[in-house]
Design a protein around this ligand. Structure first.
Ligand code: A3P
Length: 322
């Protein structure tokens, strides 16, 4: 198959940005890169494989779950996998989700000088062609960086979450994945996040891109907040989208399986951290960001949201409003 040219510009961050980034991301030797018109921030390694990922062959029976990091990806992955696999709770319990889904760009996102990794996947873009169907695929890349035929070929999920909750969750994840030292404060992270200097930023173009495609019959766009408000309704939507039928009782069982406290019992990453927030299944709440923002940051967050919501009809649902 002829390979497509990767259509976006890839450039390194500016010298000034690199200085700030390296102050925090201590292990990174190569400057981060910005990809495409939104300036999506990635580790340098992604640049080498962007075209290979863009050229991946998609199969009609693939199921892809995509999102901005820390938006509830694992939650919807588990839901989607169980609905697709006759509610096989036994396998879901015994085989980690990182073995059931290929995490496409994972190998491009590892620090150059650290080789231990954190075991977030067993398959990735390099091994995907050898994975037997049906394949379950996860990516945190914006849709435009994934194969252009994706939405014409396979079923795709995109989950979005209020950026303020994402920022808090991603802050703790930065410590969990040892990107940042333990002494970095949330205020510092937030400053970098709103200035698009954190990995995967900017968040709004990532989400809006998927929102604009939500009418595509192969895309199911959903919000983390919808899962919080009415998980049972989301289960119904996913079943319909995947053409699967289950009884009410089975769906109820599924909702219980997906309950935060149940999912938290099976750790994604073993951690010896004393800080209880430095864990994969941290709080599992919506609107909890208010506890981490002081007055000044709340004002900045308001401006950040207002500015980015101006030119879209997308709104993050309030939690508690069914
Ligand atoms: P918090 O850090 O706010 O707790 P991702 O899977 O995209 O990395 O997202 C992780 C976030 O989803 C974490 O948010 C995690 O706790 C939350 N999450 C995972 N499973 C969940 C569940 N069953 N119910 C509610 N939230 C869940």
């Amino acid at each position: 198959m002829a390979s497509l040219k990767f259509p976006y510009e890839i450039k390194t961050v500016t010298e000034e940005e690199d200085k700030v980034i390296k102050k925090y991301y201590k292990d990174y030797v190569k400057p981060f890169i910005r990809v495409g018109p939104s300036g999506h921030i990635s580790m340098a390694g992604y640049g080498d494989d962007a075209a290979a990922i863009y050229n991946l062959e998609v199969r009609p029976d693939d199921v892809w779950v995509t999102s901005y990091s820390r938006s509830g990806t694992t939650w919807i992955q588990e839901l989607v996998w169980l609905v697709s696999n006759n509610l096989d709770f036994e396998t879901a319990r015994s085989v980690s989700i990182v073995k059931r889904f290929a995490y496409i760009e994972y190998p491009t996102q590892k620090p150059e000088i650290r080789e231990d990794g954190h075991g977030a996947t067993f398959e990735d873009f390099r091994t995907l062609p050898n994975v037997t169907s049906p394949r379950y695929v996860k990516s945190h890349l914006p849709l435009s960086l994934l194969p252009p035929k994706l939405l014409d070929t396979a079923k795709v999920f995109y989950i979005a979450r209020d950026p303020r909750d994402v920022a808090v969750s991603h802050f703790f994840a930065h410590k969990l994945f040892r990107y940042f030292d333990d002494n970095v404060q949330f205020k510092e992270f937030w400053d970098l996040f709103r200035k698009d200097l954190i990995l995967h930023t900017p968040i709004f173009p990532h989400v809006k891109e998927a929102w604009d495609k939500r009418e595509n019959p192969n895309l199911m766009f959903l919000f983390y907040e919808e899962m919080q408000n009415d998980l049972r309704a989301v289960i119904d939507r996913v079943c319909k989208f995947l053409n699967k039928e289950y009884t009410d009782e089975q769906k109820q069982q599924l909702a219980e399986y997906l309950n935060f406290n149940n999912m938290k019992k099976k750790p994604m990453i073993e951690t010896k951290q004393e800080d209880k927030e430095i864990t994969f299944f941290r709080k599992g709440k919506s609107g909890n960001w208010v506890q981490y923002f002081d007055e000044e940051m709340t004002k900045q967050a308001e401006e950040f949201m207002e500015k980015n919501l101006k030119e879209t009809d997308m709104r993050f649902p309030e939690v508690g409003s069914k």
